[in-house]
Design a protein around this ligand. Structure first.
Ligand code: HEM
Length: 141
């Protein structure tokens, strides 16, 4: 569960991201694939070149799912239930990869919102993304 200060930090950064989901998502994925090339194996069917249509589409979907979670901080389990089924049962993404994506998202937010994404906001987002990740890996067994 999140403190009131954490909730405020999560929601206020989400408000900055909301209109730029595809940009932020594509950049986070590009950072993920460049820094951790092993993560590319799940996306062999994508065009992984910088800012490609695939990266923008998929990045936008990922960021919008995070936004859905940000708007349901009291019930992230329920908000992400079908995505949790998908990642666990169909995609079988190795759970360690969620930390890598969370890192890439945080670096992207720091680069885009240097003033707003301060140390306090980052700590709240780090916790938030770890909760999102644990929901998405919760149905593996
Ligand atoms: C698909 C969200 C982490 C691999 C998706 C979709 C969403 C999503 C919204 C699209 C579902 C649909 O089309 O119905 C997230 C979120 C994550 C996360 C919020 C964590 C914050 C990861 C990680 C990997 C991964 C760490 C692997 C490195 C995939 C793959 C697909 C997918 C392979 C299917 C792509 C396709 O063929 O269209 N994810 N995801 N996801 N995700 Fe994730």
């Amino acid at each position: 569960t999140f403190s009131e200060a954490e909730k405020a930090a999560i929601i206020s950064i989400w408000a900055k991201i909301a209109g730029h989901a595809d940009d932020i998502g594509a950049e986070a994925l590009e950072r993920l694939f460049l820094s951790f090339p092993q993560t590319k194996t799940y996306f062999s069917h994508f065009d992984l070149s910088s800012n490609s249509k695939d990266l923008r589409n998929h990045g936008g979907k990922v960021v919008k799912a995070i936004g859905n979670a940000a708007q349901h901080l009291g019930d992230i389990d329920h908000a992400l239930s079908s995505l949790s089924d998908l990642h666990a049962q169909k995609l079988k993404v190795d759970p360690g990869n969620f930390r890598l994506l969370s890192h890439a998202i945080q670096v992207t937010l720091a680069a885009h919102f240097p003033k707003e994404f301060n140390a306090v906001a980052q700590a709240a987002w780090d916790k938030f993304l770890s909760v999102v990740s644990s929901v998405l890996v919760s149905k593996y067994r």
